[in-house]
Design a protein around this ligand. Structure first.
Ligand code: NI
Length: 227
């Protein structure tokens, strides 16, 4: 499933990110690509160990921590430290699937990539082309969001970034290992949680329907979660 999460970063935060990234060192994006995807990839990234990457990555992680939609949809166990990329005119990333397992630099651990996230840092009016194209179970989806908005999609999806024909597209991207590996189960839990939220708007928390639905949600998560 694809989920659009608006306003993960405020306009002020986006402005701050843009200023910091403007001054950062940009290098060839193929450093984090696998063997097949390196051939398909032409973009720029800031080094993972740069002060900008660390500082801005921390701000993204804090923003995720306070975002109920991200937590409900991704059910994250571990989140990879966010990376930052940029596609200038002529740059693109052809169809590929991201590596399944990624070592977390300096942490001595690896994560399984279950959920991919792209957080847009430039608005749709700042570049032409550059759509994130995702081959989902429901067909091909083309995504281009306002600055500060984020899309989540299953890491099992084949995806690409269309060639930029003018302007520049900046984004943060990262992966999460979910407590629930299977996308269909995650979708059911997300829909279930959304229904509970709607029910709680209509009924008091002490109502047996709210109590029953909430209990069943947690018991289902207990069945499916791997920690
Ligand atoms: Ni990718």
């Amino acid at each position: 499933m694809l989920i659009h999460i608006p306003n993960v970063l405020s306009p002020e935060e986006v402005r701050y990110f843009r200023d910091r990234l403007e001054a950062a060192e940009w290098t060839d994006g193929r450093v984090t690509a696998g063997e097949q995807s390196a051939k398909a990839k032409l973009n720029l990234q800031i080094p993972q160990d740069s002060p900008e990457c660390r500082e801005l990555g921390e701000i993204v992680l804090r923003a995720l921590g306070r975002n109920p939609t991200f937590n409900s949809a991704a059910l994250p166990l571990r989140v990879y430290p966010p990376l930052f990329n940029r596609y200038d005119t002529g740059m693109h990333f052809d169809a590929h699937v991201d590596n399944a397992i990624r070592p977390i630099p300096g942490a001595g651990m690896r994560i399984r990539t279950d959920v991919s996230s792209t957080l847009f840092l430039t608005g749709p009016d700042e570049y032409e082309g550059g759509e994130l194209v995702i081959q989902d179970t429901y067909g091909i989806q083309s995504v281009k969001l306002p600055a500060g908005d984020m899309v989540l999609y299953p890491s099992t999806s084949l995806h690409s970034v269309n060639r930029i024909t003018s302007g520049s597209r900046w984004a943060s991207f990262f992966w999460s290992q979910s407590m629930v590996r299977d996308d269909t189960k995650r979708r059911l839990l997300y829909d279930f949680d959304c229904s509970i939220i709607e029910t709680r708007k209509a009924l008091p928390d002490s109502h047996p329907a709210v109590l029953g639905l909430t209990s069943t949600y947690h018991n289902l998560l207990r069945q499916w979660a791997e920690l």
